[in-house]
Design a protein around this ligand. Sequence first.
Ligand SMILES: NC(=O)c1ccc[n+]([C@@H]2O[C@H](COP(=O)([O-])OP(=O)(O)OC[C@H]3O[C@@H](n4cnc5c(N)ncnc54)[C@H](OP(=O)(O)O)[C@@H]3O)[C@@H](O)[C@H]2O)c1
Length: 328
Amino acid sequence: MRAVVLGATGHIGAHVVRALLESGHTVRATYRNPAYRFVLEGLPIEQRQADLDDPAAVRRAVDGCAWVFHCAAYYPKFTERRDQAVERGLAQIARVYEVLAEARPERVVYTSSAATITPQRDRPSTEADREPWPLTHWRPLYATVKVAMEHAVLHYADRGLAVTTVHPSLCLGEYDAHPFSGRLLLLLARGLPVYLEHHFNAVYTGDVGVGHVLAAERGAPGAHYLLADRNVSMRVLAELVARQRGMRPPRWALPYPVALAAAAATEAVAAVTGREPLLPLRAVQMTRHRQWVDGSRSRHALGLPHTPLEDAIQRAMRWFEAHGYLKS
Ligand SMILES: NC(=O)c1ccc[n+]([C@@H]2O[C@H](COP(=O)([O-])OP(=O)(O)OC[C@H]3O[C@@H](n4cnc5c(N)ncnc54)[C@H](OP(=O)(O)O)[C@@H]3O)[C@@H](O)[C@H]2O)c1
């Protein structure tokens, strides 16, 4: 198959490219900022520059490709206003999917997130617990924008576009050149003295890359697949990182109200300096609900590989060290 990966220099995109090559497919990779092309160095692929906000560039990027992997995405800044962030996300989806609706590729794999699934109080949530849009209850900014964008994509699926949606949980691994999920690993590796009572699911990004390809090869159009692995707490993640770095793990849990107060203080400083807050309020709000998921249905349906979290952390650390993000 000839496949195009939109956002191939991103953490997930870089793994999707490699998983496609591994399965013998022909790959066109798009990037926006050329400074990040180093994550694709040496790969036998065609590379094209394409900004998703430019429909003509998207048209050229998908031309002649049977499969489209939509991994590039707008990430709202922690400081962005909620309504504006939703509007920006929806506008980007409309621009890209109007082009795809015309181009009619055989399959689109859309990278959504486990954050679009409602956390359940009494059990890990599954694909069946996806959030409605508009939301019926409070969700953090990132989740809100991702839910809005996912529903906008589903609107095109209803109109006949063959879209399969994948929902990765927190991805850990190499090629994380714009660390977002990796930011947590970097903070812990640099000796963060405290941890939050935060519960989430984490998965090796290499397995997520393979999951995207399996979703195109074996997944059904219109279906949703959770790409998730291990339910952990931040304390456990901190211990795994500390063990690999030969450091002491953080000893103190920061209670949620204290974390909120600390975040409010750093936001006040940021308002004066005009910089991103050290501890954004919305990052703390993301930890409010336990986000454990059960990805076993998708694991069996797609035949997902399983890489232990310890290996994922080690690969991420080695890559961060080799690329100057972290001192060895
Ligand atoms: N990482 C995770 O843990 C995780 C978990 C669940 C879901 N997701 C979702 O997966 C998707 C990809 O995440 P990621 O972690 O791989 O992100 P990432 O590492 O930050 O990469 C994002 C990629 O998208 C590109 N991009 C952003 N806006 C663009 C635009 N307007 N036009 C063209 N390219 C654009 C970026 O290009 P530049 O280099 O030019 O910035 C970059 O290549 C996102 O939708 C995210 O919400 C991520």
